[in-house]
Design a protein around this ligand. Structure first.
Ligand SMILES: C[S@@+](CC[C@H](N)C(=O)[O-])C[C@H]1O[C@@H](n2cnc3c(N)ncnc32)[C@H](O)[C@@H]1O
Length: 286
């Protein structure tokens, strides 16, 4: 039993919470997260004037609105991120897109097409880094039909990401060169310039549900997201990424993740970088 002085979370209640978040978002909470869960959900109990966790779970089941269920999910996600996190991925991205630019990509109505996806984008630092790094390395992309889709199951972080506004502390450790694109605001914060912001479309999306995405993508970043999933859920998500990734396109995952055995069609091409090695016409039998 854990207590924050005001509320007590029993083992049975914690089990119910674990089961619920796993069913909704695939997130497997370890027992070590019990105190964290207690403190994160306590504010929702207070907000709804509920005396305890059993009453809160009952409230969700009987009277909870869509918003109440979403707040439950938002409270239990881990959103740690930063600009240029695991920066070797951005070097690789710039290099591989450079190779694509050097090849003759067919022209379509909106220009030459480039599609990237940041799946589990948290507060936006990852997709904005993709935009900043690529535009700095390949200014020619200005004339391309270039779009980045950025999605997350947590609606609060998606809304924050879409503002493109960050505090100075969120830029800590960035070199002068990497700081250059950020626009200072009068209140001391910074914002992503409009030309980069307009490349990114933010949307709430649960990776366990349908993906209303067009694709095919040239690259997918899904980093430090599947670490919270169990093996079958990870495998399912990676297999689905393969379906929406272009042949020769790349999947980037987090430093402590791996795509495991049994997921076919990917070739490891670097540290936590995988290439879709199955030609388009062979996909049906892959
Ligand atoms: C630790 S952050 C990683 C952010 C960024 N990708 C990075 O590496 O810096 C993990 C993100 O995955 C999201 N997430 C967890 N389960 C998810 C799911 N089922 N569908 C979509 N996003 C999910 C969380 O909301 C959180 O924002």
């Amino acid at each position: 039993m854990n207590s924050d002085g005001e509320f007590v979370l029993s083992d049975a209640e914690f089990e119910k919470i674990k089961k619920r978040i796993y069913q909704i978002a695939g997130i497997s909470l370890s027992d070590a997260k019990k105190t964290l869960v207690l403190s994160r959900l306590a504010k929702l109990l207070r907000q709804n004037r509920l005396p305890g966790f059993n009453e809160y779970l009952d409230f969700l089941d009987t009277r909870g609105t869509h918003d109440d269920h979403q707040q439950f999910v938002n409270a239990l996600t881990t959103n740690l991120t930063r600009f240029y996190r695991e920066d070797h991925h951005f070097d690789h991205l710039c290099q591989s897109i450079g190779e694509l630019i050097a090849r003759d990509v067919p022209m379509s109505r909106g220009g030459k097409r480039l599609r990237l996806w940041s799946a589990g984008c948290s507060t936006g630092q990852e997709p904005y880094t993709m935009a900043m790094a690529l535009m700095a390395a390949h200014p020619v992309l200005k004339s391309w039909d270039f779009k980045i889709l950025a999605t997350d199951v947590d609606t609060e972080v998606v809304a924050r990401a879409a503002t493109g506004v960050y505090s100075e502390s969120e830029l800590a450790g960035l070199s002068k060169e990497r700081l250059a694109p950020f626009e200072p605001m009068s209140d001391g914060r910074v914002r992503i310039p409009q030309n980069l912001k307009s490349l990114v479309t933010f949307k709430p999306l649960n990776l366990l549900h349908e993906w209303p995405v067009k694709g095919p993508f040239d690259a997918i970043f899904c980093r430090n997201v599947t670490i919270y999933f169990d093996k079958p859920t990870q495998r399912n998500v990676f297999e689905r990424f393969h379906q929406v990734l272009k042949p020769g396109g790349h999947l980037y995952i987090g430093h402590s993740e791996n795509i495991g055995t049994g997921v076919t069609g990917f070739r490891s091409v670097g540290k936590t970088i995988y290439c879709n090695s199955v030609p388009q016409d062979k996909r049906a039998v892959a």
